[in-house]
Design a protein around this ligand. Structure first.
Ligand SMILES: Nc1ncnc2c1ncn2[C@@H]1O[C@H](COP(=O)(O)OP(=O)(O)OP(=O)(O)O)[C@@H](O)[C@H]1O
Ligand code: SF4
Ligand SMILES: [Mg+2]
Length: 336
């Protein structure tokens, strides 16, 4: 096991690859594979937030499920707190599971409608910890308060709460086992804008209070702009750009990132007036029959002949800024 230091990342993902066998045509014995996550590597420091951003089908949820061992991994490594969690079994796996918890997108379908709020929050404690009944009750009471719910609401059922309150229950539940890493998969996409801000503020407060590390998944760069330390942009199973928040927002290098960013309304008036919306034409390619070369080439406004021949590697061009595009080199200038 690696030595744990403050400088070591809490989560270190190397060459993670997840593929699904898919049926195509009627031929016997012909298996095709969809590489939902294709050889991605990244690390998240303890107490920080990495946002994973990309449009529908880019592989965000599959990557998160793989990290929580909820889907089979084809290749790669997932180190959590210095332990390779993909090879754990039995008691060691149970221990590791307490350290990673999920907050899901839909607070309506992710809570069991037949359980009272207190039982929902307590459930992971009963299945993953050896705590006494008294300890469990105390933890649930504390968490209810921490997420801004009232003690008398403990006995209510999910349908008696609003969407935002339900997401608070989901957050309390995720915190029950005192996890270190919380995977937030589109945690505010199903909520009204005003409620979104409240939940994002709550997540930030809890991060400081409990020293949490977040993997924050969203299709919307606007949602993550006040929420993350760094951002990985995914397209068709690949990370195409990865940088710290300021670097990515001030100097987006990949044409896909630039297009996503151009859709985010800026709070800065000057920037808002000068900003041009970059539209991405066409559809993503068939994920089972990927083209050769850059996966973004059929939609890229600056694609060149070489782009369809050779797949660009994800390379480091400036301090911590990684980019997969043939037209970007060490000088880190946008090709747009
Ligand atoms: N169990 C599965 N079997 C086959 N294909 C799958 C499976 N789960 C996901 N996929 C495919 O893998 C790709 C990535 O899906 P994933 O759900 O990870 O994307 P996502 O980025 O989370 O999208 P969204 O924003 O819509 O949630 C998609 O092409 C999807 O159809
Ligand atoms: S490699 Fe070519 S097609 Fe791909 S993003 Fe860069 S310029 Fe566009
Ligand atoms: Mg998803």
């Amino acid at each position: 096991m690696a030595r744990k230091t403050d400088a070591a990342p809490l989560l270190d993902v190397e060459n993670l690859t997840v593929r699904f066998a898919v049926k195509r045509g009627s031929g016997w014995g012909h298996k095709s594979y969809l590489y939902a996550v294709d050889d991605i590597s990244f690390a998240v420091k303890r107490g920080e937030t990495l946002a994973i951003v990309g449009e529908s089908g880019s592989g965000k949820t599959t990557a998160a499920l793989a990290i929580a061992r909820l889907v089979n991994v084809y290749k790669g490594k997932v180190n959590l707190d210095g332990t390779d969690i993909l090879h754990l079994e039995g008691e060691n796996l149970r221990q590791a599971r307490t350290k990673v918890q999920f907050i899901f997108q839909d607070p309506y379908s992710s809570l069991n409608p037949r359980l009272r709020a207190e039982a929902i929050v307590r459930e992971p404690l009963d299945s993953l910890s050896n705590k006494s009944d008294k300890e469990c009750k105390e933890i649930v009471n504390r968490l209810f308060k921490a997420v801004g719910l009232r003690p008398e609401q403990l006995r209510l059922f999910p349908h008696q709460f609003s969407g935002g309150q339900r997401q608070r229950i989901g957050i309390a539940r995720a915190l029950a086992t005192q996890p270190e890493l919380i995977i937030c998969d589109e945690p505010v996409s199903a909520l009204d804008v005003a409620v979104q801000a409240q939940i994002l503020n709550l997540l930030r407060k809890l991060q400081t209070e409990f020293g949490l590390t977040y993997l924050f998944i969203s299709h919307d760069l606007g949602v993550v702009q006040h929420m993350c330390d760094s951002i990985a942009v995914m397209y068709m199973g690949k990370i195409v750009e990865h940088a710290n928040r300021l670097s990515l927002f001030n100097n987006p290098l990949h044409p896909y990132t630039a297009a996503l960013l151009s859709a985010v309304p800026s709070v800065d008036k000057k920037r808002r007036e000068s900003a041009k919306r970059i539209l991405i034409p066409g559809d993503p390619p068939d994920p089972v029959n990927l083209p050769s070369g850059c996966r973004f080439a059929n939609r890229c406004p600056v694609a060149q002949a070489q782009c369809s021949e050779l797949e660009p590697d994800l390379k480091m061009v400036a301090d911590g800024h990684r980019i997969a595009c043939h037209l970007v080199d060490e000088d880190a200038k946008s090709p747009l």
